[in-house]
Design a protein around this ligand. Structure first.
Ligand code: TLP
Length: 345
């Protein structure tokens, strides 16, 4: 059954639909064949995004997953090792692609809510020697999805990047939700991305574009990524139709994310009063709320669906609620009532 009108959909911010301004921009988009590098709207989006995150170049890709995987393919060789948090999207949710596509080993870093320290990085780097895979790349995720939307501030990011760089590693930032981190901290995206060589950012989550992400970084790395994009079938022709929506996302939708963050805080504090739900309102930093339930999560999800509310389970007794443009404060209040009933069974 497809979710739609009338549903309160808290499964993810990926469910947001394009705004009327995006639909107009898509209808009027100036396009060309992007595989020939001739789509002016895609070029504009790539330039603006690269500028915003402070990198020299960017390549437009269909999804965040492809952007992350291009970053790995462009900066490693088969048999290398990457350092990545045990709950990172790249490792946890990308269908085994680091192994299947790039031939990489993943060395998993520990740390609460997706955050680790320079010491954790230093300890995980392999010594030189023919017994070991060369450690090539550190991956950081900001905000951290399975960490409940946790934010890395500029200093924490700079510290782990310095540890990696000191040992000759590159640094990739999965910044699918870097916009949320920037708004939460009140700093510019470029400052948060400065310690990374490459940055993946998404337009189709909280920013409401229908599809599209960008991998940003140095010219040479992005040229390699562009070649891998073609190899993986990600070269899109008149992609300016999508890029036009992406430009609206970038220019108009970033600042309003503060509203989603306030709604997430509202959800968490209201749910804290529900005895069958465990939630720590102090943990909410952006647009995600993690909750624990006594009742099995699958049962709570089904009971909520019966009440018109959609959420995802993240474990046997844990759920994730994500706020976004298409759920109002009033809808959040209705979701709290539904959850109070569904969690009690
Ligand atoms: N995350 C999705 C699911 O895949 C879990 C979601 O609903 O949150 N990096 C991060 C940090 C992400 O959260 C996601 C999507 C991606 C990359 C991948 O983006 P897409 O879905 O465009 O491939």
């Amino acid at each position: 059954m497809a979710a739609g009108e009338g549903w309160i959909d808290l499964r993810s911010d990926t469910v947001t639909g394009p705004t009327p301004a995006m639909r107009r921009a898509m209808a009027e988009a100036e396009v060309g064949d992007d595989v020939y590098g001739e789509d002016p709207t895609v070029r504009r989006l790539e330039e603006e995004t690269a500028g915003l995150v402070g990198k020299a170049a960017a390549v437009f890709v269909p999804s965040g997953t492809m952007g992350n995987q291009l970053a790995l393919l462009a900066q490693t060789d088969r048999g290398d090792e990457i350092l990545v948090h045990a709950e990172a999207h790249i490792y946890y949710y990308e269908a085994g692609a680091p192994a299947a596509l790039a031939g990489l080993m993943c060395r998993l870093l520990p740390g609460a809510r997706g955050r680790f320290t320079a010491e954790d990085v230093a300890q995980a780097i392999r010594p030189a020697g023919s017994h070991f895979p060369p450690t090539r790349l550190l991956c950081v995720e900001n905000t951290h999805n399975r960490g409940g939307g946790a934010v890395w501030d500029a200093a924490a990011m700079a510290a782990v990047a310095a540890a990696a760089r000191g040992a000759g590693l590159g640094v990739h930032l999965d910044g699918a939700r870097i916009w949320n981190a920037a708004v939460a901290l009140g700093v510019g995206e470029a400052e948060l991305c400065a310690p990374a060589d490459t940055v993946l950012c998404c337009l189709s989550k909280g920013l409401c574009a229908p599809a599209g992400s960008l991998l940003c970084g140095p010219l040479e790395t992005i040229a390699r990524a562009r070649r891998w994009r073609k190899a993986l079938g990600g070269g899109m022709r008149q992609a300016g139709v999508l890029a036009a929506a992406g430009l609206v996302a970038l220019r108009q939708m970033r600042q309003r994310l503060a509203e989603d963050h306030a709604n997430a805080r509202f959800l968490a504090s209201a749910l804290a009063a529900v005895p069958t739900v465990r939630v720590d309102p102090a943990e909410v930093e952006t647009n995600m709320v993690r909750i624990g339930t006594d009742r099995p999560a699958a049962e709570v999800v089904a009971a909520l669906r019966g009440r018109g509310v959609l959420v995802n389970a993240t474990g046997p007794r844990t759920l994730r609620l994500v706020t976004h443009h298409d759920v109002s404060r009033a809808a959040c209040a209705r979701a709290v009532e539904a959850l109070a009933a569904a969690a009690s069974g």
